[in-house]
Design a protein around this ligand. Sequence first.
Ligand SMILES: O=C(O)CCC(=O)C(=O)O
Ligand SMILES: [Fe+2]
Length: 277
Amino acid sequence: MSQLEIRKMNGGFGAEILGVDLAQLSDPEFRTVLDTFHRHGVVFFRDQALSPEGHVRFAERLGPININRFFQSVENYPMIAEVRKEPDQKVNVGGAWHTDHSYDEVPALGSVLVARELPDSGGDTLFANLALAFDALSSGFQEMLETLRAHHSSRHVFGAQAKYSKEVSGRIGNAEEAVQDSIHPVVIRHPDTGRKILYVNPGFTIGIDGWTDTESQGLLRFLYDHAQQPQFQLHFDWRPGSVALWDNRTTWHNAVNDYQGQRRLMHRVTVEGTPLS
Ligand SMILES: O=C(O)CCC(=O)C(=O)O
Ligand SMILES: [Fe+2]
């Protein structure tokens, strides 16, 4: 019999799923994981001993793997992206609120992140739930937002001229491929649950379609301040053997850079998504 246990995180969302081995999940266990993932937007596992092969196999149960063109991959594992910070590096990868891949026309579903080497303390990852943030707005404001579309881009982050791509050079590359722009509704419906979600993010959203830059920045600033309230957030404290699975449609994340002088190494496998509307 399965010992699977779902433990809610502190706050309005997020769950730890205990008593499972991701390397050999039964089909009923996988269905529970998927259902919990849809309910919460992000789920966590502890004490896993996932090999790189097991990591890829678990992610493949969620959908085809997306190989991110900017991240360096783990040697011999092209499907696994390396999220690394060395003791002498100052800037970390993903150290500001963002949604991975919103610059793509069909953004990735989400990622499975596995802790490989952790600092003695620090290096948590914050998550925000944009479905909860949307629900908390007034119906009048929600209706207005539902008429809008936003532009997203990778150029100002991963492009050759971008400050960030210089700061993390060696870990992030292929600057010449940072040419994707995309346009998505400001409010999307989750492809699996139908839930409405605010789909703009400080990392990659560059403006509201048809609005001036000043108008766009005013609205986006308001939405970001709203979404960054503590009741829509959780933080995950990584331990050896921890694994996170997050949904890029429902959540933002932010890797806290508070462990200067220490190494942190994570392995990320990303799963393809479906068109947003
Ligand atoms: O290192 C982390 O906790 C997350 C980094 C990140 O933004 C990502 O892997 O997409
Ligand atoms: Fe990220």
